[in-house]
Design a protein around this ligand. Structure first.
Ligand SMILES: Cc1cc2nc3c(=O)[nH]c(=O)nc-3n(C[C@H](O)[C@H](O)[C@H](O)COP(=O)(O)OP(=O)(O)OC[C@H]3O[C@@H](n4cnc5c(N)ncnc54)[C@H](O)[C@@H]3O)c2cc1C
Length: 313
């Protein structure tokens, strides 16, 4: 009888990613309301130890690598933070277990003993509310900042070392482990400096990198570089940096939209930003209707001037 709610824990260098920590923080409450036990799956030993402070049962997959793993048989619900990995892995996990999947949810709660999720639909023109039948595994990813991260409640969970089982029907032809990324993830920035097609070229993103570094030095906070889909599609920036409906949802204290027009698909990813500053050469750009502050001008002049002003402040 499936009786567990598993959180898939993503980590970087053993450090649990903030969206995973948020989901871990909510897991015990949701599991309790559903009559389930909160558990977690991690592929890193340090992350597994940290997760065991939140839930009573942690499976540490010792050889997970890139091989997808079937759901544990006792999984009633699987939760993960929205991420490129979750987008690849969760639909597969759900399909392999005859479960149901809903990605990128913006709310998740229990109503009358039933798990209920919300997510935008039709490019943000509508919001859908979904109730899951508990007769099959439920696999859900939740966007960053839907839940608040909290300190561990002081549980001392059991860690079970387990080798991942290679899935039938999938053959890994080759794999290449990317170098560990030490940059601030765009979902984890207190400040996000995001660029769009108005920056004109991949090389010109150097001015945003410079501003991000300067802001990090000046504030001591986490500063990330983000991108619109147009520049990701143009291969100027990696997909990991994409903000918006088909990218990541961010909630920084301060968001710079530089050379970004402000189409709804982008705005959907920044609706939790506290303050938005737009820099655009077109005074009629839609982003100015959304931004708290706006600068009309050429990004390649405004950004270096702003960087110099911060350096000399
Ligand atoms: C299903 C779907 C999902 C999508 N998901 C996403 C998503 O996740 N994220 C996303 O961003 N988009 C997404 N899009 C695409 C989105 O609709 C827009 O096409 C995209 O956001 C435009 O990117 P942009 O603002 O960089 O480019 P543009 O729309 O081309 O805007 C460039 C802006 O730069 C300004 N500019 C030009 N020169 C300068 C200069 N020298 N200095 C300052 N400003 C200048 C222009 O005035 C313009 O406003 C999605 C679309 C679809 C259909």
């Amino acid at each position: 009888m499936p009786d567990k709610l598993y959180v898939i824990v993503e980590s970087n260098g053993g450090e649990i990613r903030s969206v995973s920590r948020e989901v871990l923080s909510a897991a015990r409450g949701i599991a309790g309301e559903l009559g389930l036990t909160a558990a977690a799956v991690a592929t890193n030993a340090d992350a597994a130890s940290e997760a065991a402070k939140y839930v009573t049962h942690v499976v540490h997959l010792t050889n997970a690598g890139l091989i997808p793993t079937p759901l544990p048989e006792d999984a009633a619900v699987v939760l993960a933070g929205s991420s490129p990995l979750a987008r690849d892995l969760l639909p597969y996990l759900a399909a392999a277990s005859a479960g149901c999947y809903l990605g990128d949810c913006t709310a998740l709660r229990v109503e009358a003993g039933v798990l209920v999720a919300e997510r935008p639909m039709l490019g943000g023109k509508a919001a859908g509310t979904f109730a899951f039948e508990p007769d099959r595994p439920i696999v859900v990813s939740v966007r960053a900042h839907v839940f608040a991260a909290s300190d561990p409640p002081g549980v001392s969970g059991e860690i079970i070392e387990q080798a991942a089982v290679e899935s039938k029907g999938i053959e890994v032809l080759s794999s290449d482990r990317a170098a560990e990324d030490r940059r601030v993830d765009v979902t984890e920035g207190d400040i996000v400096v995001a660029g769009g097609r108005g920056l004109k070229s991949a090389d010109n993103f150097a001015v945003l990198e410079e501003l991000a570094g300067t802001l990090a030095n000046a504030t001591g906070g986490a500063v990330a570089v983000g991108a619109s889909r147009a520049v990701v599609d143009a291969k100027w920036r990696p997909y990991e940096e994409q903000v918006g409906k088909s990218g990541k949802s961010v909630a920084p204290k301060l968001y710079f939209a530089v050379g970004i027009s402000g189409q709804i698909h982008h705005i959907l990813g920044i609706d939790r930003a506290q303050v938005v500053v737009a820099i655009n050469s077109d005074p009629d750009a839609p982003i100015f209707k959304y931004a708290d502050y706006g600068i009309v001008g050429d990004a390649l002049q405004v950004i270096p001037a702003l960087t110099e002003a911060i350096k000399s402040a």
